[in-house]
Design a protein around this ligand. Structure first.
Ligand code: PMP
Length: 281
């Protein structure tokens, strides 16, 4: 397959220097953008978030977003990707290893490639299991950086327990999960952690919030506790290409009736509808 390397679409090969700051420090940012039936889902939102992450870390993007957008579309086209994601990352570039920023003439390095990925249809329909784990991340979880060790450790714990996700708690507050946002439903109202420095403001999360508005489901962007999660009527997680997965068991505790709840199913249905719409634009 082909990849985007800075401003050229080329064959995949080994290209990155041992002194790339992404490789040495995790000094970079990324996005994972969903592709459904060959078409990007919410591409502009992802690229806006990339711009924000870059700004927060003072990484300069190599060229304007409008140009990047054209390259990404070309990449999906040349690789003939139908169902999957585009992984995109930008590092601060290659420079002699010192912690402080390299000189301003250091060029950022941008890489993007396509990856096959199917939606978790079975889990979406029947629900899945999650585990709880302490949120040991830094206090700028709103920036989508390459530093993912706490997320890696958490996801490994989930896998070792045959769970799809590890849900983070900080103190007694549920923040999000290792690679997704967390929602609960209680008395037909939806709750999710506010979009602040403790969570990544997911693109799927934002779509779910707008779907709830359209469906007349009340959403509370408010913190809730571990106990509220375990006592919830319904729990679900959201992320790019994973879409919406109902969580029916957390650590050995059954949630609600142990099957995907009515409100979750309603939101899943509307979400699937919005994906079908983009394909026909
Ligand atoms: N939170 C974290 C920590 C994530 O890694 C992700 C997935 N990138 C999300 C939330 C979900 O974000 P999105 O819906 O934009 O994929």
């Amino acid at each position: 397959t082909k990849i985007l390397f800075n401003d050229s679409i080329i064959e995949r090969k080994k290209l990155i220097d041992i002194e790339d700051r992404g490789y040495q420090f995790g000094d970079g940012i990324y996005e994972v953008i969903g592709v459904y039936d060959g078409v990007f889902f919410m591409l502009d939102e992802h690229l806006q978030r990339l711009e924000r992450s870059a700004k927060e870390l003072q990484i300069s993007l190599p060229y304007p977003i409008s140009k990047l957008k054209k390259y990404l579309m070309e990449l999906v086209h040349v690789n003939n990707l139908k169902e999957g994601v585009v992984y995109l990352q930008v590092t601060r570039g290659e420079a002699e290893r010192w912690h402080y920023f390299p000189s301003s003439d250091t060029k950022p390095i941008l890489v993007a490639y396509t990856k096959l990925e199917e939606t978790l249809r079975k889990e979406e329909d029947h629900g899945a299991t999650a585990v709880l784990t302490e949120d040991i991340r830094w206090l700028r979880c709103d920036i989508k950086t390459l530093n993912l060790l706490p997320n890696v450790l958490a996801k490994q714990k989930a896998v070792e327990n045959n769970a799809v996700e590890a849900i983070f708690y900080r103190g007694d507050i549920i923040t999000e999960a290792s690679a997704s946002n967390v929602f609960i439903v209680k008395n037909k109202e939806v709750y999710t952690h506010p979009a602040n420095n403790y969570i990544l403001n997911g693109i799927t999360r934002r779509k779910v919030l707008s779907i709830c508005k359209e469906l007349g489901i009340k959403v509370n962007e408010q913190t809730f506790k571990v106990k509220d999660l375990l006592d919830a009527d319904e729990v679900f997680i959201t992320a790019t290409k994973l879409d919406i997965v109902p969580i029916v068991k957390v650590d050995q505790q059954v949630i609600g009736f142990g099957t995907p709840g009515k409100t979750t199913r309603e939101i899943v249905e509307a979400f699937r509808g919005s994906i079908l719409e983009i394909d026909h634009m």
